[in-house]
Design a protein around this ligand. Structure first.
Ligand code: ADP
Ligand code: 5GP
Length: 191
């Protein structure tokens, strides 16, 4: 049975919100906590949402081969701890990874038989802009940077095993929940 779910979406789609909802609904599912050099948002907790590191601390982890993959996204570093992934593989426990498109491809490449990749789409680019603005965490400059990356990320959609649209939040939570239930039941998506 596949037990790694790598989820990607253009910034602002609602991926973190969806993962948070799943976290509440299914507390038995583990979440990979990534390392990042991005500044912490007010509502984020170090060690729960991310491990917030300085550039020096992050590079130390890279040097020590502690990260299975890492990427520079919107000007900051983000990476998945090898230990987290290895523990999920050995325990066979279900684990969600909130990663960018390259991160999802890296996890799939490393563990093709264990990984399901899921791409989440916003209803439209206009909705995406509104969500980024309403989130209220980023300056217009940062929002533009995030939107600029959207085209590149959208091109990866067909490389994912499956995709879903985050339109209405509660129905999107149900869609993601269904994907997880199907996975547990051994339903195969894509390759
Ligand atoms: P991401 O992690 O993909 O960058 P977030 O989860 O931070 O995105 O969501 C971006 C903003 O959109 C947040 O303010 C969140 O409350 C809002 N949001 C998430 N899902 C929906 C939805 N289905 N409909 C409307 N707003 C949403
Ligand atoms: P945010 O700053 O909005 O939390 O995240 C920005 C982007 O970085 C998102 O696409 C998110 O999925 C991605 N990201 C978060 N953690 C990781 C990680 O460990 N590896 C990779 N490759 N991307 C990550």
């Amino acid at each position: 049975m596949k037990n790694l779910i790598a989820i990607s979406a253009p910034s602002g789609t609602g991926k973190s919100t969806l993962c948070e909802e799943i976290r509440i609904k299914k507390p038995e599912i583990k979440f990979s906590i990534s390392c990042t050099t991005r500044p912490r948002r007010d509502y984020e907790i170090d060690g729960i949402n991310y491990y917030f590191l300085t550039d020096v601390e992050f590079m130390e982890k890279v040097k020590n081969n502690e990260l299975l993959e890492y990427e520079e996204v919107h000007g900051y570093y983000y990476g998945t701890l090898s230990n987290t992934l290895n523990n999920a593989i050995s325990s066979k426990e279900l684990m969600l990874f909130d990663v960018d498109v390259n991160g999802a491809m890296s996890i799939k490449k490393k563990y093709p038989n264990n990984t399901l990749t899921v791409f989440i789409l916003p209803p439209s680019i206009e909705d995406l802009k509104v969500r980024l603005i309403n989130r209220g965490t980023d300056s217009q400059e940062v929002i533009n940077k995030r939107l600029e990356r959207t085209n590149k990320e959208m091109k990866f959609k067909d490389k994912f095993d499956t995709f879903m649209i985050n339109d209405n939040l509660s129905s999107a939570v149900e869609k993601l929940n269904k994907i997880i239930i199907n996975l547990k039941q051994g339903v195969e998506y894509g390759s």
